[in-house]
Design a protein around this ligand. Structure first.
Ligand code: FAD
Length: 304
């Protein structure tokens, strides 16, 4: 399968995101589910964190479970909201003691029904402050969040980019974007970021659409747009769940292929703890293994 000119084809860095399972049965299914994603050969995987510490042990347990099954490097998400700096720092030290030195550092969303974000009186004011705090503890590999369609709390694109730059200035290694479905929104954002002096990697977050109603709920919460053309393609597949998911795979693969043609060299897949759609997208990207990296097979559509 490896081709002669693989060395000159683009390398792609894949990462995968999971969340702590809500039930024991769900947790028991995680190792096999992660193993089914082996063809994606991720550089790392990440596990979300319930804002305010609600899944603190779940995050570490999930990392142990998936890392134990696959040998992949795990990154733990950590939010600042509703917790003092001392509590957040203690969680970061717990991660380190458990051998986890990759952190996805986030502010988190307002808690307890608050419409507006209010930092804990002794807490980190935002994600940039959290990154600075983490840097004082250890030389973590730190990812932060970025928003191609602008974070709902942000005044405008410039303020959002100032905030992203503050996170990099504080020591973040890369950003991972909120999901989006229009390649242009990511490409415009990437251009605006570089015009803003941001040169660090901004990994596109890709969410293959499994269920349109669920997606509408996610998107309403984070301000992401679901383009009409995307809705129409899914609805045209009729009501059969599998057929709709096949279209979801097509849409995600087409999005990734378009981004690759514009020089994107990595993707962060939101797996929703399911292997089938992300595996299918990776296969459609025609990824082949080259040492410990994934590259695009020269014959693949994405390489053109
Ligand atoms: C890849 C990814 C992973 C995520 N994982 C999780 C998770 O595991 N758990 C979870 O609870 N949530 C998670 N989230 C959601 C995240 O917590 C929310 O989007 C949250 O609202 C913002 O977090 P942030 O780190 O981007 O915040 P920040 O970067 O701190 O800022 C958010 C917004 O507030 C504005 N802002 C920040 N500081 C200031 C300031 N001083 N003055 C004025 N405006 C300011 C910024 O412009 C920005 O628009 C994730 C999001 C992404 C994209």
């Amino acid at each position: 399968m490896l081709l002669n000119n693989v060395a000159s084809t683009p390398e792609l860095e894949i990462s995968l995101e999971f969340f702590p399972a809500k039930t024991d049965a769900g947790a028991a299914r995680l190792p096999a589910m992660a193993r089914r994603l082996a063809s994606c050969n991720p550089a790392f995987f990440s596990v979300t964190y319930g804002a305010g510490g609600t899944t603190q042990t779940g995050t570490l347990d999930t990392i142990r479970s998936i890392a134990g099954a696959t040998g992949w490097a795990g990154a733990a998400h950590l939010t600042a909201v509703a917790q003092s700096k001392a509590t957040v720092d203690a969680v970061a030290r717990d991660y380190l003691r458990a051998g986890v030195s990759r952190i996805v550092a986030l502010r988190g969303d307002p808690q307890n029904g608050d419409a507006v974000y209010r930092p804990h009186p002794d807490g980190y004011a935002n994600a940039a402050a959290l990154v600075a705090g983490l840097r004082r503890i250890h030389d973590f590999d730190i990812s932060v969040a970025a928003y191609p369609e602008v974070h709902p709390d942000s005044r405008d694109v410039a303020a959002d980019l100032d905030n992203l730059r503050a996170k990099f200035d504080a020591g973040a290694n890369r950003a991972i974007t909120q999901f989006f479905f229009d390649a242009d929104s990511y490409l415009r954002f990437r251009d605006a970021a570089s015009a803003h002096g941001i040169w660090q990697p901004i990994l596109p977050g890709i969410l293959p659409i499994r269920d349109l109603d669920q997606l509408r709920r996610f998107a309403a919460g984070c301000g992401a747009t679901i383009p009409d053309a995307v809705v129409q393609r899914i609805e045209a597949a009729g009501t059969d769940r599998k057929e709709r998911q096949r279209v979801g795979i097509d849409l995600a693969a087409e999005l990734c292929q378009r981004l690759v043609r514009h020089g994107v060299d990595g993707f962060h897949f939101y797996t929703l703890n399911q292997s089938d759609m992300v595996t299918a997208v990776c296969e459609r990207l025609d990824l082949v293994r080259s040492g410990d990296r994934m590259v695009l097979a020269a014959t693949g559509a994405a390489a053109r």
